[in-house]
Structures are given as C-alpha cells and as structure tokens.
Ligand binder design. Sequence first.
Ligand SMILES: Cc1cc2nc3c(=O)[nH]c(=O)nc-3n(C[C@H](O)[C@H](O)[C@H](O)COP(=O)(O)OP(=O)(O)OC[C@H]3O[C@@H](n4cnc5c(N)ncnc54)[C@H](O)[C@@H]3O)c2cc1C
Length: 385
Amino acid sequence: MNILIIGAGIAGLSAAISLKLQGFNVEIVERSSSLTDIGAGIVSWPNASNILDKLGLLEEVLNVAGKVTSMKRFSSEGEALGTIDITTINEMMSYPSLSILRYDLMRILNNKINEIKIPIHFDHNLLSFVSNNNLVSAKFSNKKIIKADVIIGADGRMNSLSREYVKGDNTPKYQGFINWVGIIKSKNDIFSDLSVCDYWGIGKRFGIVPLSKNHGYWAGGITAKNIERKNPSLYKNELLHAFKDWPSNIQDIIQNTKDSIINKIYVHDHDPLSIWHKNNVILIGDCAHAALPTSGQGACQALEDAWHLANCLKENQNNLSQAFESFTKIRIKKTSNIIMGGRALAFSIFNEDKEFCLKRNIGAQNMKGHKQASAMANLWLENLA
Ligand SMILES: Cc1cc2nc3c(=O)[nH]c(=O)nc-3n(C[C@H](O)[C@H](O)[C@H](O)COP(=O)(O)OP(=O)(O)OC[C@H]3O[C@@H](n4cnc5c(N)ncnc54)[C@H](O)[C@@H]3O)c2cc1C
C-alpha cells in the first residue's frame, strides 16, 4: 500500500513515522521549502507523551523538555485562583507532562523521518484532487500529479484542501480573540519552579509555561471582534499596552522577549465533523479537528491520530473503508469533546462581562484541584492503549 501525506506539520510527520514503523510505504509532500515551526511551544500532556514513547521519541523529547508539575491560576491582579496538580494527571495516565518548544519537537520528528528514510518533497503545494473512479490523485502547483492508494490530508486548519474535498467546505471559524506567543530566555532564573501560570482577566488572559527555571514560552490573549492587518513591529507595544496593569512579572516577560520571536495569531477552530474520509482520502490533525489553544490538546490529538491511523490501516489492509471507519470511530468522539471543551474554556476566559468574570474566579478558587486533574486525565485517557 502506497501512502501519500499532504502536509509536514506535527500530524503529517508523526503519522509518517507511525506508518513506516508499521511497514507501510509512505512519503510526505509539503508546500513550504522547509519545515515550519510557527508558534512557541506546546505541552505534551501524558496522552501525547505515551504516543511519543510508542514512536520511539520520548527519550529525545525528555532531553529538551521541561517536566511541568502544576498549573497555577491567578486573577489579573495576581490573586491565587487555585492550583491543578499535574503530577496527579501524570500518575493517572502513567506518563509525564512535558513542555517543549515547537522547534524542538519538529526537529525531533524530522530526525526520525530522516533516520527511517521517509521522503519529504518540499515545494509541493497541493492544488486539487483528481478523481479516477474511487481512486483520487493529488495535483500540485508544480504540475506534478501523485497517485497513491491512500492520501492522508494533514494540511492544517486555515485553508485545508483535504477538508474541502471531504466536507465540501473548509472555512475555519474565527473565535473572536488574538494570541500573541513568544519564547523567553534569560541568564538568570525567572521561574521559582516548573509550574504553568495562567492569569485570567476580563476578556484577557496571559499564560506562561516554563521549560526550565530560566527558559519558557508564553501566550497573551485578548478579545478582538475583527481581524485586522498585522504589523510585527507593533506586537511588543500592543502586548505591553494590553497587559499594562497586570502583575509585574508579565510586563518583565514581555519586555525581555526578543521582538523577532513574538508572533500574533487570530485564533480559529473548526466545528466537529461527522465524517473524516471520502474515497481514498482521510483527514488527520487540525484539518480534521482543529481545537482552540484553550483545549491544550491540538498537537497531542494529532499525535494520537498518527498512532491510531497506522494501527487501523495495518488491521484492515485489504479493506480501506473498514480501516477509515474504525479510525474515525475511535477518534471522532474524543476530538469533538476536546473542540467543545476548548470553546467552553475560551468563552469563560475571554468573557468581557465583569460580573461573569468575578463569579468565574470565585468558582475557580472553590474548585478542588485534584477533581479537575482527574477530569482532565479521564478525558485524555479515552481510547489510549
Ligand atoms: C496560538 C496557538 C497555540 C497552540 N498551543 C498548543 C498547545 O499548547 N498544545 C497543543 O497540543 N496544541 C496547541 N496548538 C494547536 C497545535 O498547534 C495544532 O493542533 C497542531 O500543530 C496541528 O498540527 P497539524 O500538523 O495538523 O497542522 P499544521 O501544523 O498547521 O501543519 C499543516 C502543514 O500542512 C502544510 N500545508 C497546508 N496546505 C498545504 C498544501 N496545499 N499543500 C501542501 N502542504 C500544505 C502546511 O504548510 C503545514 O506544514 C496551538 C495552536 C495555536 C493556533
């Protein structure tokens, strides 16, 4: 079985590794001329660490990742709003939660791709799918047409031609907020421990994720009704202005982040889909189930897709539609819940109603941290061997 993967993001690269380890012939096409690592970092929650272990990558990840221990919540005035004990999640799920730069994760995935000799064809911009009965081929802007027994769409959330082919529409939903993201590295320690810190204001949020005591990444978010033209030279000032009355460590982090590292993203997601495949094309990663960053699970779910799809194809080698059915049966409910959970949290965090935010903060203070940790672990444990 020849398999073609469209897109060399976390979903495409990890699926390629998983498939190759199961013995499939697989190649990747990517529209850019090299790998991209837009965004700052991610937390590999234990479900993702589990898959990284299955793909033989966990040791390398552990060498560069931070072992985050808790998630502390604060109001925009710095008042404590409760703590979620991440070690409880790790114990329930038997794997660590690891903060890692996107650049490092992409590098580790790419090293494995090279080691097990999976071809990546850069500068291959998918233009359309060409049907020949039920077997679809991929046509690129460089005029090439590639045929394959299976085409895996892993072309992301913003303009996925694979999603358009399967669903007939690929328009992502703007969810009304901006995220600026950045990476901070300092000569001196800036964190006392490896706790994720999450500050909640009215229509605003600032999250900080340490990788070590002097290195971490962060995301500052505010509501924004309209999508406007971006000007990178203004990002730092926009942030300093948006978070000007917030605790001083936030101002310090923004001030000490190199301007060139700050990125600004108008955040979109997708409604859950009920079907992820058509003919020999199957969707994975963000083009199948883009969730908001408030879910914390986008990349983690892409890794889960990689593992399950390879298994389903292996178990149903002579029956492609059965393989696709089994895969989507395992994946759709979990990823749909994660999309809706991300939206619910975004609704609460980016709420602009003062009264609502006051009640939300009191609710967070009264919430039992270990109960939240168990709920997160139970959701993320679903269908994980
Ligand atoms: C601000 C922000 C913060 C986030 N934080 C987290 C986090 O903390 N934890 C977490 O788990 N997730 C997080 N996510 C989500 C996570 O980044 C994504 O879910 C994950 O990267 C999805 O990977 P992907 O491979 O599906 O898509 P992508 O990374 O978008 O990769 C798609 C690839 O397809 C290529 N491509 C697109 N179109 C074509 C074409 N026509 N032809 C050829 N190639 C094409 C692209 O160039 C790209 O390389 C965050 C997302 C955002 C927006």
